[in-house]
Design a protein around this ligand. Sequence first.
Ligand code: EPU
Length: 335
Amino acid sequence: MTIQENISLKNYNTFGIQVNAKRFVSITSVYQLQQLLTVEKDIFILSGGSNMLLTTDINKLVVHINIEGISIDNEDENAVYLTVNAGENWHNFVLWAIAQNYGGIENLSLIPGNVGTCPIQNIGAYGVEVKDVITKVEAIEVDSGKLVSFSNKECQFGYRNSIFKNKAKGKYIITAVGFKLTKNQHQLNTSYGAIEQELSAQKIVNPTIKAVSDAVITIRKAKLPDPNEIGNSGSFFKNPVIDVDLFKTLQEKYPEIPSYPISDTEIKVPAGWLIEKSGFKGKRFGDAGVHTKQALVLVNYGNATGQEIYNLAKNIQQKILELFQIELEIEVNVI
Ligand code: EPU
């Protein structure tokens, strides 16, 4: 375990923002992390760097969680129980699971980031959320250095939300995640329109988990920018939930507004649609921009600063408030 000084974090965040870490250490085991915590508690945790916007240099010790490994804890005829260490790349884990014919995460193919961060924002796509397959989250409590385990219920999962974004924020370092995946009779979730279209375009009637994963990969590649080519953090904002009265007013003006009912009184509307309608889609301001194919994704064309991306986000929020009386909430962690 070597502490390095003045390290660029550009390659450690998918937005590709250039900021420096005053001190940086890569951790490869739970034991190393516990040792480190005995001497240093004021730390900044970095995992896959896929859900953060860095607007400033980091003066705390940056701890890169690089603990790898997948183990099978238990299995029966129908299911397998896995513990996956936090530093495993998420998409590599999905591909590994599919190769073993373990089902449940195929819809979550190609999501950037590492396994350790997937519970924090409860990653989700195409009708599936990772909370549906998580059995436990193992974490080190920063204050005590003790290893603790959160059950699925204790994680308090919600839409792009969990206890790790709220009460437990900054108090725990996730070291591993437990999953229950299916070994047969996979519960395929192909109801999301784009998946159905993609499968029928390929004339697939009885899809395998591999076919669903391939369809998701094709859809994502067509809409979402690859962070290796254009810096981004996926959806920058959450899809807002508004009350029915406001929705009805908006619908009179914009009859085509897409919506998803949440309850009798609340309706979710896609932020991507609102941003497109407000004229920001595909717009570029220096190296900060709004993706051409999906307006919910802000992008760094090369050398944008975190502050420039953040200013763009603020301008979008203001415009959406003026036009639709809706407050867009930022989903990405702004540092
Ligand atoms: N839309 C537009 N213009 C746009 C983008 C979207 O009009 O530029 C409309 C679409 O036509 C559609 C609706 O908005 O009617 C929804 O679009 P889409 O299916 O692309 O999904 P989304 O709501 O924009 C969410 C997730 C994505 C996830 C997709 C697919 C959030 C914040 N985002 O996006 O997650 O991949 O659904 O399930 O919930 C992420 O969180 O980083 C992420 C990429």
